[in-house]
Design a protein around this ligand. Structure first.
Ligand code: SF4
Length: 254
């Protein structure tokens, strides 16, 4: 392995066995959960919209919906989507458009960048010690005043306290500061909540050097676990969306 990312760290912490199936064994996924597919289609449409705004192009809501339709369609064509009980494809499509419509109507600031890739070393901010591995990721949105935004789709409203320890935002902030040598003005999650009456919930926070130090130690422990091949099942509500159920059941048999 030559880098760490938010997805890798989060997955290792959630279930290290699933991490092994996905990143070490690279097992093919027989399906994609509707939540993941929906989130990807919403992200792609938002990225397209913000790119248009960054380039000063005016865009109609209808065109924005068409981009979402196309992304959603190609995801469905390329993957077997597994829907939750009671979930319907058509309802999800309508919900996606309602959520994107809410975002479209929101006032917005000038866009500095969207879907910005980064690669930075993981360094202890206090001692300068390097972990010896890079951190890679993609920042969803940076506005002209250096506000960094992460887009998130969820079935339930995010607990406001969670935003202060949310790993993705710590990583965004750390990477931004490593690249520009200044902290971002603000960190923000826009939570696209898939409730019956769809909602956009913005939550704001900041990070300090102490958060970066904690991240350094967390990454170090995760890396140690991966390199020592510490992989074991950790059951939870996330298992219902796990693509590796059969491999998991056979774990420990050979
Ligand atoms: S089914 Fe659950 S415990 Fe098993 S690998 Fe998947 S997430 Fe982990």
């Amino acid at each position: 392995m030559n880098h760490l990312s938010n997805s890798q760290i989060n997955l290792y912490l959630q279930c290290s066995l699933k991490y092994k199936f996905q990143y070490v064994d690279e097992l093919p996924k027989p399906f994609k959960s509707s939540g993941l597919a929906f989130g990807s289609a919403v992200h792609s449409a938002l990225s397209w919209l913000n790119k248009q705004r960054m380039n000063g192009n005016s865009v109609s809501l209808e065109r924005f919906y068409k981009i979402f339709d196309a992304d959603w369609y190609s995801l469905k064509a390329e993957n077997e989507i597994r829907y939750k009980a009671g979930e319907e494809e058509m309802k999800l499509t309508v919900l996606g458009k309602e959520l994107l419509g809410l975002y479209f109507e929101e006032p917005y600031k000038k866009v500095k960048g969207t879907e910005i890739p980064f690669v930075v070393p993981i360094v202890n901010p206090q001692t300068g010690q390097r972990l010896g591995i890079d951190l890679e990721g993609i920042i969803d949105l940076i506005e002209e005043d250096d506000t960094i935004t992460e887009f998130k789709t969820s079935a339930q409203i995010m607990d406001p306290k969670e935003v202060d320890t949310h790993l993705q935002l710590t990583i965004y902030s750390y990477a931004f500061e490593a690249l520009t040598h200044r902290p971002p003005k603000l960190l923000r999650v826009i939570d696209f909540v898939k409730t019956k009456k769809p909602k956009l919930i913005p939550l704001e926070t900041k990070r300090t050097k102490a958060d970066y130090q904690r991240f350094f130690f967390l990454s170090g422990q995760v890396l140690k676990g991966i390199r020592s091949q510490v992989f074991f099942p950790r059951s939870g509500f996330w298992c219902k969306d796990c693509e590796y159920g059969e491999h998991c059941r056979n774990w420990g048999e050979s």
